[in-house]
Design a protein around this ligand. Sequence first.
Ligand SMILES: [Zn+2]
Ligand SMILES: [Zn+2]
Length: 644
Amino acid sequence: MLVLTLPDGSTREVAPGTPARDVVATIGERLLRAAIAVSVNGETLDLGTPLRTGGSFRVFTERDAESLAVLRHSGAHILATAVRRLRPDARIGFGPAIDDGFYYDFGVDKPFTPEDVEAFEAEMKKVIAEKYPFVREEIDRAEANKRFVDDPLKLERIADLGADEVISTYTDGPFIDLCRGPHVPDTSYLKHFKLLHTAGAYWRGDEKRPMLQRIYATAFWKKEDLDGYLFRIEEAKRRDHRVLGKTLDLFLFSQVSPGSAFWTERGTIIYNELTEFVRERQREHFLEIKTPLLYNKSLWETSGHWGKYRENMFLIHNKETEELDSSLKPMNCPSHYVLYSAKKHSYRELPKRFVTFDVLHRNELTGALSGLTRVRQFQQDDCHVFLMESQIAPEVQFLMDFILGYYETFGLTAKLKFATRPEVRVGDDAMWDRAEQALEAALKSTGKAYELKAGDGAFYGPKIDFDVEDSLGRAWQLGTIQLDYAAPERFDLQYTSEDNTAHRPVVIHRAVSGSFERFIAILIEHFAGAFPVWLSPEQVRVLPIADDLAPVAEEITKKMKAAGIRAHLDARSDTLNYRIREGEMMKVPYMAVVGKREAEAGTIAVRERGQGKKQEIVSVDAFIARVVDEVRTRALPLKVEAAG
Ligand SMILES: [Zn+2]
Ligand SMILES: [Zn+2]
């Protein structure tokens, strides 16, 4: 007999081979109706699966995250059922659930058209209405080979199965698939789904194998979740920084320098405002330095990059030795160590925080480059702290406050991840114990929730990563605080302690934005291009309603500029509506309309971005004071265009 232990500690004894459904029935009728699947010792099984082992037993309903993957994978079967009905020639590959939905791969002679996909979706609705149960059958290899004789991809899969593996098939109505499961009880469980797009995909990801047609889809338990998801993918497309970067004229890329952005005068304003903001926040407690971009290989030999990282560096040819023996720096750390080592440091100077905005280069393959998120040239808000081990906890606390405060300015929220010692690492266990304890103590003292990523630390020390969530709910890994015990050894870093002897400091690597390039990409998408006033390349557009008001409008523009506002005059003879629409397209936060009455009264009619046709008549001076204040406080837009 198998002994199953339920979450409440009670047990059930059943004969091997009993379907999971029968066990659920002993717990309760209502639970059986709500059950989607079960878990035995952490393995998800469907209700029809005969149980083979005892152990912990849980029932999954719609409320458990695990059941969504079961629904989605079942959706893949339903998709294949529909495709086979309409295209009997389609050979079937794999159909797994993925993060946001599911897909199924088909071998077909000509690619699916959008019309095909539409027809498949309609056919799926029929399969769902027909409410076919997913029937599991366990068969032997000979039988399996017979059943899938027309599906070479499945035959290949069967050949790969180990001798003692259970071979199972699932049938829903007319369709049979080789599959381990689990699935929902019948096809009617799939209610809210959508086929999204098709793409070519090599069989088993191998480019020497045939190209299959992959249909991507998604499914949810609730209609509002599906709608929210579809809205978010549309929004993500609309906000794509590569598209907005063009429309808003912020940056461009050229084949003459792949992966390195050309920043327009408008994009450069954003870049500079960001660096200036970081500079301002760092002025009091950090030391800004500049170090060379070009280094001999000896530095990279000391740091270990020459052996492990060389293929990602841009190597430089040496005229005298005819060798590629120097490189552009791919990271700042070693150069900071060189500067630190050039002088003696007393314990009283620690922690010492070097920061830099130097240009970095990494030799990414051209195929991997993508907009501003994957580039070859970039700048980081990079910091290296040299400190005594006893200073780690307060220092980490200080750096965390700094990082979280920075994200808040943009309305971004961060999730913290604590990554501990990996398998391959330097240093002894005592060192790791101390480092992890110090880092965790600092984390705990913030009172913020964090996720433990055991074994995910760097080889030289544990770290805290900051995953930032944007207004579309997408997570981006940005900031990091990494303890490093290895670099001080390699570079023989020292400080002089109270008793006048030499000691090793610890190094902390800290980044906040990651790279400015990637951070700007995230901001563009987060704000959908509608930047806060302080970041907006153009803050106010002044629009005289008629030609004869242009001189007054010009005076007003000058006055704004004198107050430090990025104001532009648009006195073109196009209609006011046309000029307003253009300003809206460029996401200018304020448009100041100058009419006859206003000109006489020293006022302007202000239209605020996102407020439609609403106008507010204010005095020029009051308006200037307001904008200056918004820039000074780096105020966020009233509402960041959020999704869902
Ligand atoms: Zn399946
Ligand atoms: Zn570093």
